[in-house]
Design a protein around this ligand. Sequence first.
Ligand code: ADP
Ligand code: MG
Length: 461
Amino acid sequence: MSFESLNLHEALSAALKDAGYTEATEVQQRAIPPALEGRDLMVSSSTGSGKTASFVLPALTRILAARNDPERRREKGQTAGPRVLVLAPTRELAMQVAKAASNYGRHVRGLRVATVVGGVPYGAQLKALRGPLDVLIATPGRLMDHMQSGQAVLSNVEMLVLDEADRMLDMGFIDDIQFIAQATPAQRQTVMYSATFAGHVGGLARSLLRDPLRVEISSHTDIHFDIEQRLHWADDLQHKNALLDHILTERAVDQALVFTSTQRDADWLADRLADMGHAVASLHGGMPQGRRNRVLQGLRTRELRVLVATDVAARGIDVPTISHVINYGLPMKAEDYVHRIGRTGRAGRSGLAITLAERRDAQMVQRIQRFTTQRIPPAVIQGLEPKRAEPAAAPRPTGPKPFGRRPDAGRPFRPGGHGNAPFGADRKPGGRPAGGPGRPAFGDRDRAAGPKAFGSRPPRG
Ligand code: ADP
Ligand code: MG
């Protein structure tokens, strides 16, 4: 289905043409028409399926309509606050949405888009909040700060968008979201995006949405068909490092996103890879925002080939040239695996998602496989085969597909691979490197934010 049948404003069609989009994605086809009618929506659709445009285009349509409506038009210099408010879990994601709004709105004359996120100075945000705004994209914590100091005007919000609502709840933002929504007019339109509407997310949806239309494209466990998954079993950390080193020297790696479980591991691994001569940086929630922005910029300009990141920091990274996602440390939650590997295979390209697992990760691997209802095909690199057999899968009473157990069931990663790759200088023979993975991760906020942080507030972001 082309965008034409959606009858979008010509300013928006022109921007889509600039972007080179020919067809609307499925979530766009199904969510845009009811959103244009003003309906409340509950939307689930997999990562990378084009959800941003599915709410940004209706939002911009509203703004264009308001410009031609004498009752909604604004006087110059009036402090009116935004017409559209988007809440997103992380700074990166908020910046991504802002970029999309500016991009799809590039032909909308005088469009004013602002972001209010943690980790950046208040001054510019205050100025933006006071001016006449069209679209405000915010992380809940920082917006709450501005509301409590009386600086945010939300009384003219016509449309409220909750992007990645499940994630915001995981981060402990439920009270903030309720408070923010209450400050907006009750007759607003509300659209909510979430991988799941079970549990607390469902409760939030019931309290915020009116007669919502459910748009469910595919189960949240769906993995993009053009992402190939592989699982390498490692005997120990040393073996795991050798596997990573081998993979990163492959020429097929355009850009790689390597995930660690903790901030400490991210810094440690980035240092190690830098010592080996890789163009690499780490990205995690413990870094100041300016540095995080520079790192992401470096990834986009291809100055960096490898990014070592934690789950929270990697949300919202949208760099189509990421060819490989490598799970060096496994995620804490099975659904994070899906989010991680969704960072590759973007915008119609194919991607490879490689998981490096030690035996102690076997349970998590199983949980991931159960969650996605897919087996991650095991693979080996010649010369770097694991010495120990693949851990046996525990009996699984329910579920559609049994998972195989044969370690040799997957294709070899690449025939003719070489032997042990060089190690970083900080490796102790036979032992774990000082400060390496496995140590207690003191002060690791990404991890501390954890799966269920109700009540306990993560750092404002
Ligand atoms: P999601 O929020 O569902 O994870 P995004 O909205 O970030 O996905 O979109 C993923 C990628 O797809 C982005 O790079 C975006 O520019 C691109 N994209 C979105 N809509 C289309 C479309 N209709 N045609 C081609 N590419 C698209
Ligand atoms: Mg998104």
